[in-house]
Design a protein around this ligand. Sequence first.
Ligand SMILES: *Cc1c(COP(=O)(O)O)cnc(C)c1O
Length: 314
Amino acid sequence: MVTIKDIHQARERISTIINETPILSSSQLSNLCGNSMFFKAEHLQKTGAFKVRGATNKVMYAAAEGVSSVTAASSGNHGQAVAYIANILGVPATIVVPEDANASKVSAIRSYNGSIETCGTTSDERIPRAEILAKENGGVFIPPYDDPLVIAGQGTVGLEILEQLELVEAVVVPIGGGGLISGILTAVKEIKPSVKIIGVEPVSANDTYLSLKNRQITSIQKTNTIADGLRTSQPGSLTFPIVEKYIDNVVLVSEDEISQALFFVLERMKQLIEPSSAVTVAAAMFDKLNMRDKNVVCVLSGGNVDLGKIGHMM
Ligand SMILES: *Cc1c(COP(=O)(O)O)cnc(C)c1O
């Protein structure tokens, strides 16, 4: 299992690459939901999402071991993150994307000199292809969440929150495959166990919610939630035991609540976030947290949103 020591090591390893992102506040949202609301601004992170923390920890570790290349299977933030850090370190990266990948995301990967390979439309097709490519090239496959170095990298978000806001009483975190929340859980619960950690999933991507209820990893049908970073069909085999050990609660938000939260943050706070981030704000806005008069940090996990799609979310 990942420990607090791994997270401190990750922080040291990635510190020259990663931004320590600010904590924002909103008195309007605080009044609306009866808690003091703060926001960990990972949409202002390099590449526009927290994923670069875990990717950097894993790729820097591999590079120090002399790896010749890296591969990843992702159309989104993880693919950009791996291409970004590999480019900085001068390690060739191949990112396997789906045939229907968003053109702007593919061009972001290209801008970091990543090679693009297209394969199928599902992660069940992409991941084996990326693993084979890694083997052929003598390289390393960089998983998006189910890896100790990736989890430890994401956990640095938790360390920063504890230092930046000593009064923190609860942290609200989106859940996809569970890398971000299991890193934050390890950091926060091993340093300050009184802080509550609440996970959030879209109603239609409730795989972690169901897995906790069933006390075993449970998978769901393919979902089309607008929170595209949270579409994973089941929690990871490394992340789920950490979630099960430490988490206080998982709450669910609807598609309409996600888009209302995204527009609230855009209009009132002047911050551009993606739907996968907006789930944490939605949980607070629509009174799912079940707490009052607490200092609550919502993690804004990323800001990579296709502007052409935003109009259709209203
Ligand atoms: C990947 C991602 C998530 C989910 O993170 P997991 O580690 O898969 O749980 C949340 N928000 C954004 C913006 C992401 O890119």
